[in-house]
Design a protein around this ligand. Structure first.
Ligand SMILES: Cc1cc2nc3c(=O)[nH]c(=O)nc-3n(C[C@H](O)[C@H](O)[C@H](O)COP(=O)(O)OP(=O)(O)OC[C@H]3O[C@@H](n4cnc5c(N)ncnc54)[C@H](O)[C@@H]3O)c2cc1C
Length: 418
């Protein structure tokens, strides 16, 4: 089959790899000049199925009463689409639906990590990655409150245990001795890896199998009479394919709405700072979490990433911005200096980034047939797209080829939003 993929983030690139590996003629259209330029550019890099859960937005009343410093924020103005999304998320947050969403996400993430390992072994490339994650617990109260996290991790099959502050400092000797630490949860099978580097590797591998990447090219429309035809900016005729897979992340609605398909995707913004390691002995060895913020060692850099914001005056894209909102900047720098004050050089060479997590109200992505002939979806991976990419790509390739996927798709089908 001749298959077009729209979008070369981590989701589009891994989908291209799987389809090219299956012998299809694959063409990937990407509006930027390279892969992983938007949400996949500088994320926290965590691959840990036990950590995967639907994001819970703050109540909209938080617009007027904001507990400072909150890690999840609603920012004025909220669009009507944001408000509808928040309402739908409240109903999706009912315990039964939330449990279904969480189970689907964990199933996919577990499968995906296996695929990631298989592909990494098969390709024999290396990328910056570390093993083991510590969840830092500053106070005795944090320890108590972490008990449900331990249960959730165990239920998800993660090997994890609660450890003392001394044990945590043995695992991460550079943790600042003056910052209070009551204990930690150690997740030895959690990982952190550089998502963008892996996307570059997967692109190379897909190209070796014959996939073509067409950069600086925007798809401006999908032909409603024949949805496997694409209108490309600057061209006068649509290009026809046997199938099209939409991997456009947060931008999907622009192409879906004219077709009458409404997928309630919200952009949940997050932020990161990456800085060169100054003195390796004073930097983290792997990844740690403090609340909703991750500090990860990625090769010669330390990355601090996290926070979640919905609304505000953003365009829809992710950017390598030159300035973060003050509240985000403060949180990220404070978390880094609390735990690893001398880890990184913060005077020059610091990369500051904002990304839009493409998020559906119930949490899991939408994988499979769109309901229109020839048009397939691999969208809405939210805060866990890197963790889910390789599995989601294999599932969409299986469905497109008419094979049964290797995991149960309950809770992952696009039909749930039709
Ligand atoms: C701060 C932060 C931390 C995160 N941490 C983690 C983490 O630790 N672990 C994890 O698993 N996930 C994490 N994520 C989430 C993860 O980064 C995303 O889920 C993932 O990158 C989404 O990938 P994507 O390919 O769907 O989207 P994108 O990477 O945004 O790719 C979509 C691509 O489609 C292109 N495109 C869109 N429309 C068009 C068009 N019309 N024509 C041509 N091209 C088009 C865009 O240019 C873009 O390149 C984090 C996200 C953020 C913001």
């Amino acid at each position: 089959m001749h298959i077009a993929i729209i979008g070369a983030g981590i989701i589009g690139v891994t989908t291209a790899y799987e389809l090219a590996e299956g012998g299809h003629a694959v063409t990937v259209f990407e509006r930027h000049s390279s892969v992983a330029e938007e949400a996949s550019f500088a994320n926290a890099g965590i691959v840990a199925p036990g950590f995967v859960a639907p994001w819970r937005a703050p109540h909209w009343l938080r617009l007027f009463w904001s507990r400072s410093p909150a890690a999840s924020r609603l920012t004025w103005p909220l669009s009507s689409a944001d408000l509808t999304w928040l309402r739908r998320q409240r109903s999706a947050g009912m315990p039964a639906m939330r449990a279904l969403g969480q189970a689907a996400m964990q199933r996919l993430a577990t499968y995906s990590r296996e695929r990631l390992h298989q592909i990494t072994e098969r390709l024999d490339y290396t990328f910056d990655r570390t093993e083991g994650i510590l969840i830092l617990l500053r106070t005795a109260r944090n320890r108590e409150r972490a008990q449900p996290t331990l249960v959730r991790l165990r239920d998800a099959g993660a090997s994890c245990r609660e450890i003392s502050a001394d044990e945590a400092r043995q695992i991460e000797p550079a943790l600042h001795p003056n910052t209070p630490l009551a204990g930690a949860i150690h997740v030895p099978d959690g990982e952190a890896g550089n998502c963008r580097q892996f996307a570059v590797i997967a692109r190379d591998a897909a190209e070796q199998k014959g996939a073509q990447f067409v950069f600086n090219t925007s798809v401006i429309g999908i032909d409603p009479s024949y949805p496997a035809s694409l209108w490309i900016a600057g061209e006068t005729q649509p290009r026809g394919f046997d199938a099209v897979v939409l991997c456009t992340g947060a931008a999907a609605s622009e192409l879906l709405a004219p077709l009458g398909l409404r997928l309630p995707l919200a952009s949940v913004y997050g932020y990161s700072i990456s800085a060169p390691v100054d003195e390796p002995a004073l930097a983290p060895r792997a990844a740690v979490f403090d609340g909703r913020i991750a500090i990860a060692r990625l090769g010669q850099r330390v990355r601090v990433a996290g926070l979640a914001e919905i609304g505000g005056r953003h365009d829809n894209a992710s950017t390598r911005a030159h300035a973060l909102p003050a509240w985000a900047e403060q949180r990220l720098y404070r978390t880094l200096t609390d735990w690893f004050p001398a880890a990184a050089r913060l005077t020059n060479g610091v990369q500051v980034w904002r990304g839009a997590r493409p998020t559906l109200p119930d949490g899991p992505p939408a994988l499979g047939a769109s309901g229109l002939p020839g048009l397939w979806l691999n969208l809405g991976h939210g805060a866990h797209g890197w963790c889910m990419a390789c599995g989601a790509a294999r599932i969409v390739a299986d469905l497109l080829e008419g094979h049964a996927p290797e995991i149960d798709l309950q809770g992952l089908e696009p039909e749930r939003w039709r």
